[in-house]
Design a protein around this ligand. Structure first.
Ligand code: SF4
Length: 660
């Protein structure tokens, strides 16, 4: 198969693409096939994935299914099968247009999922480097896409959007123009935004006053390549709400090493009494309407049943809940408890149908008549999503769940002591959710820089992966990397960040001097990872008092990872990248906009040996520690604390690996 790769590929990239194509081919022969591909960060995984999957999709209808043994690169040691360089010819007699239509109709859609929206932007950047141009869409939340001023200023954009859409008088003018946006020439074949990211769609949306949120959903229906965050694919609730149909498609999960947690979370639910009560009130009102009463009445009855059941479990909130066994049930016992609320395995399919209709009515922008509010629909849907996994597959997963009542004590007013009850149905096994996805799709391709040990990873997900690969790094470790353990700083004081010594000024000062020295010697960007925000804050205070902070800033402008949301990180990161490029914001321009100007090397005698660049102080396992592109000059040195783990015999290998 010809794959158009923008550069001369490394061996690892060839092997990676070979595995992707072999998996997709095998999926075509067998109905489905999945792969687990590990390749270190910086080895061009995303580019290889995109090129291989898009090449396979492009040639899909024109290729006969390969003969089982002859064309499977996995049987050739995992490399590429030598290319005969013959471009596949269209089937004679089939007009080009008809062939294109067949392609569109038959080729599985590729869903490319990442952990965050900013990772999507990076992957779109990679897509721009390729020659592949297919209809694409990026699914994101209203928070990222809304352009309506009233909704953007509301506490909850989702609620405000639904309120506006229900309001036939005021409405949302941008909603009416969503189609205009999705059909905008710049987003079509050959248009300037044919390959676009979230920002581009927002830009065009503002120009034509159209809603990017609904436009993206329309575009996704016809797209051959859809980008979205993981939870849009993993969570059946979000899939239904966004009308995402992954049946027969190719699902690529990038940076997927924490997919188990995401799968467990999306199979679980925590719902408090307050939400259940407000849902019950909404359902009671809707049940009085004769036309739709038969949908809402059964739902009202079981929500009332759940509220009564929760109240019956009440104990003293000051009791240690883990000493209170009746608050936790699993397997048959959990089924018995739910029966008390009126939810039985036999009755559940009927309830599920009612819940699906109720949620559909609430989410359908065209729906007439009364329906649940956004909050009510979300509570109902989360509850039923979890229950459907619990009762699903003929009760095979009953013991993968824990039903629980959590009681939280809180003060009401100045003296009264209140209790907040939360009903939880926790999924303890990621396979419960992941197997559904694997069974539905043509292929799931999981990739990351850290998937090993693959055996336990695959068994936790409960799926057979036909292709597994652990690729080596593309760099020459002997000549291109220098790694060293620094046990003392410039004054030979020991650098020991253990709990006992981390508060000692001698350690903190030595660490500051060491980082300053590293920044003096190394050009470009310096990333420094601390074990916790707490230690980072302490060091900032100490270094500000001693002048170390100013000295560090004189070597390289220092940027610090913000504790808050990922959105807060973006401007800090941009500042870091700009500083490395030699740009600094100097003054405010007209209208208050910051002007970025070239920072000609600062003239300061104390900086004579400074090598430019910038330093980024971040936290291990924080927002900066994965999924962000620090290529070339953006990270010429990485400083990290070493954690020494005492590996007890009982610990699983996986557990130790994840700690390390
Ligand atoms: S329809 Fe679109 S623009 Fe209007 S409020 Fe909803 S998300 Fe915002």
């Amino acid at each position: 198969m010809p794959v158009e790769f923008p550069y001369k590929p490394y061996g690892t990239q060839l092997a990676f693409m070979g595995r992707v194509i072999a998996t997709l081919d095998r999926g075509r022969r067998q109905g489905r096939s999945h792969a687990l591909l590990e390749s270190p960060t910086g080895t061009g995984k995303s580019l290889s994935l995109l090129c291989a999957a898009l090449a396979w999709q492009r040639h899909y209808p024109l290729r006969a299914p390969p003969a089982p043994a002859a064309a499977d690169p996995l049987l050739y040691g995992g490399g590429f099968v030598p290319d005969d360089t013959q471009q596949q010819q269209p089937t004679p007699g089939v007009p080009e247009k008809a062939a294109a239509a067949a392609k569109k109709k038959n080729a599985p859609t590729i869903y490319y999922a990442t952990r965050t929206h900013s990772q999507i932007t990076q992957v779109v950047r990679e897509l721009r480097k390729t020659s592949y141009r297919v209809r694409m869409a990026i699914l994101a939340s209203r928070k990222h896409y809304c352009v309506n001023k009233t909704a953007c200023m509301a506490d909850s954009i989702d609620e405000e959007c639904k309120r506006l859409l229900d309001d036939k008088v005021q409405g949302c003018p941008e909603f009416k123009n969503a189609q205009k946006l999705s059909r905008h020439p710049s987003l079509q074949t050959g248009g300037s935004y044919e390959v676009h990211d979230i920002e581009d769609l927002l830009r065009v949306g503002r120009q034509v006053k159209g809603c990017p949120y609904f436009a993206a959903q329309t575009m996704a229906e016809a797209a051959q390549l859809v980008f979205c965050p993981y939870n849009y694919l993993i969570s059946p609730i979000v899939r239904r709400a966004m009308d995402i149909n992954i049946a027969g498609s190719i699902v690529i999960l990038d940076e997927a090493h924490n997919i188990e947690d995401i799968a467990r979370d999306s199979g679980s639910v925590d719902v408090d009494e307050e939400s259940l009560n407000s849902l019950k009130e909404e359902l009671a009102k809707l049940a009085t309407d004769q036309a739709v009463g038969k949908i809402y009445q059964p739902l009202h009855d079981i929500i009332e049943g759940l509220s009564t059941w929760i109240s019956a479990q009440e104990g003293d909130p000051r009791d240690n809940e883990f000493d209170n066994p009746p608050s936790f049930w699993t397997g048959e016992n959990a089924v018995k408890e739910l029966q008390k609320a009126g939810i039985t395995p036999a009755y559940f399919p009927i309830l599920q149908e009612c819940a699906t209709k109720a949620v559909k009515a609430a989410s359908d922008t065209e729906s007439e008549g009364d329906h649940l509010t956004g909050r009510g629909a979300m509570t109902l849907e989360s509850l039923f999503s979890s229950l459907s996994h619990f009762f699903g597959r003929n009760g095979r997963h009953l013991y993968d769940y824990q039903l629980a009542i959590q009681r939280f004590a809180h003060r009401e007013g100045t003296s009264a002591f209140g209790v907040r009850n939360v009903m939880s149905l926790w999924c303890l096994n990621p396979a419960v959710v992941f197997q559904d996805i694997a069974d539905l799709t043509h292929s799931v391709i999981l990739t990351s820089g850290t998937l090993s040990p693959m055996g336990s990873f695959a068994s936790e997900l409960g799926v057979q992966f036909d292709a597994c690969m652990e690729a080596p790094h593309v760099i020459d470790a002997d000549s291109q990397v220098f790694a060293s353990v620094l046990s003392s700083g410039p004054t030979t004081h020991r650098l020991n960040a253990s709990y006992k010594t981390a508060d000692a000024y001698s350690f903190q000062d030595e660490l500051g001097a060491s980082i300053e020295e590293i920044c003096r010697i190394v050009p470009g960007g310096a990333l420094v990872f601390f074990p916790s925000y707490k230690l980072l804050d302490k060091l900032k205070v100490r270094w500000s008092q001693t002048g170390q902070w100013a000295r560090l800033n004189a070597r390289k402008p220092v940027f610090v990872e913000p504790r808050g949301s990922t959105e807060e990180l973006e401007p800090v990161l941009n500042g870091y990248y700009n500083a490395i490029l030699g740009k600094v914001p100097l003054k405010k321009g007209r209208g208050g906009a910051k002007q970025i100007v070239k920072n000609r090397v600062r003239k300061n005698s104390s900086q004579e040996s400074a090598k430019g660049g910038a330093a980024f102080l971040a936290v291990c396992r924080g927002k900066v520690s994965e999924g962000i592109d620090f290529s070339d000059d953006n990270a010429r040195v990485v400083v990290s604390f070493i954690f020494i783990v005492i590996c007890l015999k009982e610990f699983s290998v996986k557990f130790c690996t994840s700690i390390q």
